[in-house]
Design a binder for this molecule. Structure first.
Ligand SMILES: C[S@@+](CC[C@H](N)C(=O)[O-])C[C@H]1O[C@@H](n2cnc3c(N)ncnc32)[C@H](O)[C@@H]1O
Length: 345
């Protein structure tokens, strides 16, 4: 049976697997190549991935093709044998497509190495000859590729495939959306918001009034101000002094429950990263909805207990859906035991 590689957060392996089996009962895990990285068999991996991409899963972060397997020796000779195998398999396919007037789409070469094996080369060293092979068709577009040549190196075998990025559920290898740290950054949580904006392709308001529930130390508040919004930052804990000093920020020291009872402000956006039971947090989003203009976006992180990820997630999602039309839900690379939920009031 043909292969594909599915990636999720290691702690969500069971629920991610169930999620895939609900879509296609015949898919099965053949082996775990790394924590959260499953080699799966499926009757038709490309069709299966296309079905998933049309209605993306929550806990599966990334899918990669694995049409071609190449044995690895654990020596630097693997670099040449991978390049030779790719050239022999894909160059004729690409030539045939070009002959049929199917234009070459911007591509990226994405190489991953399992942490469960020791490889005597880096992923850059493996990728280099593959990049040279594909460069004849067009320049690599690492950020927004339309198709990817994906290589996953386990201990004794490399799994390779070439398919449209849309089937991968993320433009990034393994769904690992990386951001550079900046001197202005306040918290690691900022990456969660940036990743969500990118993954869900969200059109945020660039002016207006935002409500940030569970704002401290202020990373999300800072990003919202940077995008042109004024922000009411609600948290019993203090904001970082740099954020508190911003003229666009009103700090409200206390719990969201109290703020939502007292305030009569009207907002154009609400975000919520409160460290709170996911269901309680979703209930507070219903109260926040009463302060939101219709059509305004809302984003929250659902903090999920390790033991009952699925039921708590589904319950919290149903609560959130009482006031919002859900437009995206995903366990992001930067989420830890969380799911990010995005909706519109
Ligand atoms: C993960 S931190 C938020 C980080 C923030 N998004 C950032 O980028 O800096 C979670 C915050 O939720 C706050 N929190 C927990 N329960 C809350 C509640 N009931 N009301 C308001 N804030 C709450 C905590 O005090 C904590 O500061």
């Amino acid at each position: 049976m043909p292969y594909l590689i599915a990636t999720c957060a290691p702690e969500s392996a069971v629920v991610a697997h169930k999620e895939l089996r609900r879509v296609e009962a015949a898919v099965a895990v053949d082996a775990w190549l790394d924590d959260g990285v499953a080699l799966m068999t499926a009757p038709d991996p490309a069709a299966f991935a296309a079905t998933l991409a049309a209605d993306p899963p929550v806990f599966v972060r990334h899918l990669a093709p694995a049409d071609l397997t190449v044995p690895l020796t654990g020596s630097s000779a693997d670099i040449t044998s991978l390049a030779d195998a790719v050239a022999a398999t894909y160059l004729p396919q690409i030539a045939a497509n070009l002959a049929l007037d199917r234009p070459w789409q911007p591509h990226a070469v994405q190489v991953r190495l399992s942490n469960r094996a020791t490889h005597p080369y880096t992923r850059y060293a493996l990728a280099e000859p593959l990049r040279e092979l594909l460069a004849q068709f067009g320049p690599e577009d690492v950020r927004h590729p339309q198709q990817v040549l994906a290589v996953y190196c386990a201990a004794e075998q490399a799994y390779i495939g070439l398919w449209p990025t849309a089937r991968c559920l993320s433009d990034w290898p393994g769904g690992e959306r990386r951001f550079a740290r900046t001197p202005e950054q306040i918290s690691r949580s900022e990456f969660k918001l940036l990743e969500a904006l990118d993954l869900f392709n969200l059109a945020w308001p660039t002016q207006g009034h935002a409500l940030d529930l569970g704002a401290a130390p202020g990373g999300w508040t800072r990003l919202l101000v940077e995008r042109g919004l004024t922000v009411v930052a609600v948290d019993p804990a203090a904001l970082d002094a740099r954020v508190a000093a911003l003229p666009q920020v009103e700090q409200w020291r206390g719990h969201a429950e109290t703020f939502l009872t007292g305030s009569s402000d009207v907002f154009d956006l609400v975000v919520n990263d409160m460290r709170l039971d996911a269901r309680d947090s979703a209930r507070l989003m219903l109260r926040a909805a009463e302060r939101l203009r219709p059509g305004s976006p809302a984003l929250m992180t659902l903090k999920l207990p390790q033991a009952r990820i699925e039921p708590v997630y589904h319950r919290a999602r149903r609560i959130f859906a009482e006031a919002y039309t859900i437009i995206g839900a995903r366990q992001l690379f930067h989420n830890r035991s969380e799911v990010t939920l995005v909706g519109v009031r």
